[in-house]
Design a protein around this ligand. Structure first.
Ligand SMILES: [Mn+2]
Length: 257
């Protein structure tokens, strides 16, 4: 887990768009919707992105993916990602690899997500595992001892989850057992999902306890139905991606689908 400080310019409100499971290079990748999302972020002030893995499909010969059906080679996928994210590199809060990119690391010891970050000048935003973001923007508040509004965001590509909705939801919820954060972002299971839970947060410095909400977000995939998912008997997944909205004046956070 890498801690990453995200000190953002002043804003009354920000949007965070988690992007994951784009599977660029897969024949079923919905490339048009990826371009539309990037264009929206580029043109929307105070919109930020979190890149949460499986951006590149990386169906290498030894993997379960369809090597022969791929529309781009892994090298072309890397170049494509650099080209796609370059216009919004300054909006990027963190970058994590997924199990698809990690196939190359496992077999050949080359971390292609880190290479992508090097080319984009985003090394400080990169974590090979998970990341805990300290997102600060907006007004200085007494709650934060005169510092600006803070939200902590735990990001993880994730693994497992199976085929059923309950199992996928359990994977997101389980992140709260790892670290105390305001927001948890999980990808991998291709199920757009948003829910909240409450939690008693302890402050040793103030000898106090506060009941706070926690926001859980599971990201969508940018994949059309077919290929591996179809063959393996997975349900078609909605491509509607959750967006997170944070208030800069008071602790108010929600996500929309
Ligand atoms: Mn994955």
């Amino acid at each position: 887990m890498k801690a990453i400080k995200c000190d953002l310019p002043y804003a009354d409100r920000i949007e965070i768009h988690p992007m994951a499971d784009l599977h660029i290079g897969d024949a079923h990748c919905d490339y048009k919707s990826i371009l539309e999302r990037i264009e929206y972020i580029k043109n929307t002030p105070n919109a930020y992105i979190i890149l949460d893995g499986d951006l590149m499909d990386t169906a290498i010969a030894s993997s379960v993916g369809d090597t022969y059906g791929a529309t781009l080679t892994p090298m072309e996928q890397l170049k494509e990602c650099v080209k796609l994210f370059e216009p919004i590199r300054d909006r990027t809060l963190c970058v994590l690899p997924g199990n698809h990119e990690n196939r190359v690391y496992r077999t050949d010891g080359i971390d292609i997500t880190q290479l992508m970050c090097s080319q984009l000048g985003l090394q400080d935003k990169y974590s090979p595992t998970t990341a805990l973001l300290f997102v600060r923007f907006g007004k200085k508040t007494r709650e934060h001892h005169g510092r600006r509004q803070l939200y902590t965001v735990y990001c993880c590509h994730g693994s497992g989850g199976g085929k059923l909705v309950g199992g996928k939801a359990n994977r997101v919820e389980a992140l709260a057992g790892i670290v105390d954060a305001d927001i948890y972002i999980h990808a991998h299971t291709h199920l757009p999902l948003v829910f909240k839970q409450a939690f008693y947060r302890v402050s040793g410095a103030n000898s106090s306890v506060a009941l706070v909400d926690k926001l859980f977000v599971n990201t969508a995939a940018s994949l059309n139905y077919g290929g591996y998912g179809d063959y393996q008997g997975y349900k078609p997944a909605s491509k509607q991606a959750p967006v997170i909205y944070l208030d800069g004046h008071k602790r108010e956070m929600y996500a929309k689908l």
